[in-house]
Design a protein around this ligand. Structure first.
Ligand code: ZN
Length: 188
């Protein structure tokens, strides 16, 4: 990531909104923002495959695995401000292929640490797990508050957006789908 270029762009932005980048409070802002962007967009330089260590657990076959409340911090690519919430993931392992539960958080973080839209983020997590773990099915539900909605415009404070992506049996088998969506269904 080009830190120098981010610093220059932030200085330019401050000037453009009519601020004085030379005043004391702003002197180190371009540098801070550059360092912060390296962190919040670190997923651009990260391969989620690095977090996909598949184990074989023959006992774990065809039973639902569900991970709720994975923290979600991402940045809306339309407005470059955060959207924040939770991701819930469910999958049904096939042939005993599983991954460590903590890996879900790492995978979510990798995809979230990029300029994103919530719908695509949800689909990317589902596709990644479905294509690489080859389970019977995957369901991903994300719920998030978008600061671009709540800080401006209608100021719909507290409004959350829910998105879901279903793959395999979660999509094709009505009974499985309704069971999983009931378990994942956002608000408890
Ligand atoms: Zn936005």
């Amino acid at each position: 990531m080009d830190q120098e270029r981010i610093r220059a762009a932030v200085t330019e932005l401050l000037l453009a909104v009519g601020e004085n980048p030379e005043r004391e409070g702003l002197l180190e802002t371009p540098d801070r923002v550059a360092k912060m962007y390296a962190e919040i967009f670190s997923g651009l330089e990260e391969d989620p495959m690095d977090h996909l260590k598949i184990f074989h657990e023959p006992q774990q076959h065809g039973e639902l695995v569900l991970v709720r409340d994975i923290p979600l911090y991402s940045v809306c690519e339309h407005h470059l401000i955060p959207f924040i919430g939770k991701v819930h993931v469910a999958y049904i392992p096939k042939d005993g292929r599983i991954i460590g539960l903590s890996k879900f958080a790492r995978i979510v973080k990798t995809f979230a640490s990029r300029p994103q839209v919530q719908e695509r983020l949800t689909a990317q997590i589902a596709d990644f797990l479905y294509d690489n773990m080859k389970p019977y099915g995957v369901a991903v539900v994300a719920e998030a508050e978008h600061l671009c909605m709540t800080m401006r415009g209608i100021r719909a404070a507290g409004a959350t957006t829910q998105t879901s992506a279903l793959r395999g049996a979660m999509r094709t088998e009505a009974k499985t789908r309704s069971e999983v969506m009931l378990l994942l269904g956002g608000h408890r």
